[in-house]
Design a protein around this ligand. Structure first.
Ligand SMILES: [Zn+2]
Length: 264
């Protein structure tokens, strides 16, 4: 059994445009599938994944409602846990969060690079506070993005400054807490209440460093994520299994932590 906490899929018509563009912007990373829901589910079955969190992102304020309509449309699917998204420049972000909560959406994805904000900017605070009130899980893209030039909008230092605003609502820093910033992750985020997902780390993070981060942090707050279609759950699970952690810890990372967090 695997639970993949970090996957992407789009409405069919959007996927046909978005996947080639994203692939080109990321320097030619070859997607595992065409970005459609049907293909995501076929890959889940092929990679032994029982549940996948589908991270939708409102890349501009005008798309926000459509992106969330798509997330809500996936709610009945027994293999998928769709997350919604709000854009900081949208005047409707707060009411959109309420709409998502009422519909039964469990989490929100925010991508500071795609959405053009620094994670510790004050204009985001009302959104964070609303998320805390509604008890959503928040997934931040964290660290460098291979498709975006510097500056990095969600560094461990910046994220640390705003974690308290979320109260008891869980926050997940993707890519082992900050893609390509793992020394800073070890220094400032390990030991805090934040969760890390493992997305897009296989072949990039030195395995010894992944093991050190897990040891410094908490085995209860690491979640298997792949970033499908940009990596695969089999590869990301292979990284975790290669660390030779004890069985209970491996199972916690591969599915039990996510099960608890998502209440499934
Ligand atoms: Zn991703």
């Amino acid at each position: 059994m695997l639970i993949d906490f970090h996957t992407h899929a789009f409405p069919d018509a959007v996927a046909e445009k978005a996947i080639p563009t994203l692939s080109r912007c990321s320097g030619g990373v070859v997607p595992a599938y065409d970005g459609k829901i049907k293909s995501l589910k076929a890959h889940m079955l092929a990679h032994d994944v029982d549940y996948a969190v589908v991270l939708n992102i409102a890349t501009n304020p005008h798309q926000e409602k459509k992106v969330n309509d798509f997330a809500i449309s996936l709610l009945g699917d027994e293999m998928l846990v769709p997350f919604g998204s709000v854009h900081p420049d949208s005047g409707d972000a707060i009411s959109e969060l309420e709409r998502l909560a009422e519909a039964g959406i469990k989490g929100i994805k925010l991508h500071p690079d795609y959405q053009n904000f620094f994670v510790d900017e004050e204009r985001l605070f009302p959104i964070y506070k609303k998320i805390a009130d509604l008890g959503f899980i928040t997934v931040f893209h964290a660290g460098a993005d291979i498709g975006y030039p510097k500056p990095i909008h969600c560094t461990p230092q910046r994220l640390l400054k705003v974690l308290d605003l979320f109260g008891d609502a869980p926050v997940v820093a993707a890519h082992f807490g900050g893609y390509m910033l793992w020394e800073e992750v070890a220094e400032v985020l390990c030991g805090t209440q934040v969760y890390f997902d493992t997305a897009f780390s296989y072949g990039k993070i030195p395995p010894d460093f992944a093991k050190e981060i897990i040891a410094l942090h908490s085995t209860d707050r690491i979640l298997l994520g792949s970033d499908m279609p940009w990596s695969t759950p089999t590869d990301e699970a292979r990284l975790i299994r290669s660390l030779q952690l004890d069985d209970a810890t491996t199972d916690a990372i591969l599915f039990n932590n996510a099960k608890r967090l998502l209440s499934i």
